[in-house]
Design a protein around this ligand. Structure first.
Ligand code: ZN
Length: 245
């Protein structure tokens, strides 16, 4: 059973009427509620909780962490960023959503600015599947269409993804690498673009399907995680002393 922690900054939902209307209980509860229905063990964590809700105990019991942040990126405690990074390197999966592209956590894992172009002009987005057969695209047709979204455009300052899963086209003409996967240490990372807070994107069944698929794919493979205890090790064969000359 995969343990998922759904992290949300949860600030727009408290201070912006428009966002509160769409996500009255916060988008973490919409995403988390959906994942629960898929059979995952889900907990949520938010910025305002002590240690942003990401204590050692929580992270040690998390197989996949999802991350949505925007307004408070700079205020996320560096000690928590260190902790998330250590867990990813040890095998925890990380699903970074939408404006999480500029979070300290994603920047740390990528090693680049993760900068991009953007525009809020209520335009259509079409996400083309460019890696058919990849587990993250299971149940998705040739593309996903979203009636209205914020635009993100290239160049997206990230390292070359291991797998490029989606490319978005926007009504205004830009394109964007909307689904990118990476491996860092033992952990897997999936960046998935849609989810601007003023749109009901996290109620879209296809977007939720991709999130579900993403969590499955990000779940650490059996034996892949680094055990907490690591020891000095003795050789299996006797090692002959080297002759001195
Ligand atoms: Zn946005």
């Amino acid at each position: 059973m995969t343990n998922v922690t759904v992290w949300n900054e949860n600030r727009h939902e408290q201070i912006h009427e428009e966002v509160k209307r769409i996500y009255p209980d916060g988008m973490h509860n919409v995403i988390g509620g959906h994942l629960k229905k898929q059979g995952f063990t889900v907990r949520t964590a938010t910025f305002d909780e002590p240690e942003h809700g990401l204590t050692d105990e929580v992270l040690d019991n998390t197989d996949v962490l999802t991350w949505w942040g925007h307004m408070l990126h700079k205020h996320v405690d560096d000690a928590i960023v260190d902790r998330v990074q250590r867990r990813v390197l040890a095998g925890m999966g990380l699903l970074v959503l939408h404006s999480g592209h500029e979070s300290k956590v994603f920047q740390r894992m990528m090693g680049t600015t993760c900068d991009l172009k953007w525009r809020e002009a209520d335009e259509k987005e079409r996400l083309w599947v460019v890696k058919p057969g990849h587990p993250i695209t299971k149940g998705i047709g040739p593309y996903i269409e979203i009636a209205g979204e914020e635009m993100y455009g290239e160049p997206f300052d990230v390292p070359e993804p291991d797998d490029l899963i989606f490319i978005s086209w926007f009504e205004g003409g830009e394109v964007f690498r909307s689904g990118c996967t990476y491996r860092r240490g033992r952990g897997k990372i999936f960046y998935f673009r849609p989810g601007h807070e003023t749109y009901p994107t996290y109620y879209n069944p296809e977007v939720l399907q991709v999130i579900t698929n993403g969590v499955h794919w990000l779940t650490p493979d059996e034996g892949a995680t680094i055990p907490k205890e690591r020891h000095h090790t003795v050789p299996l064969e006797p090692i002959k002393p080297r002759s001195q000359s």
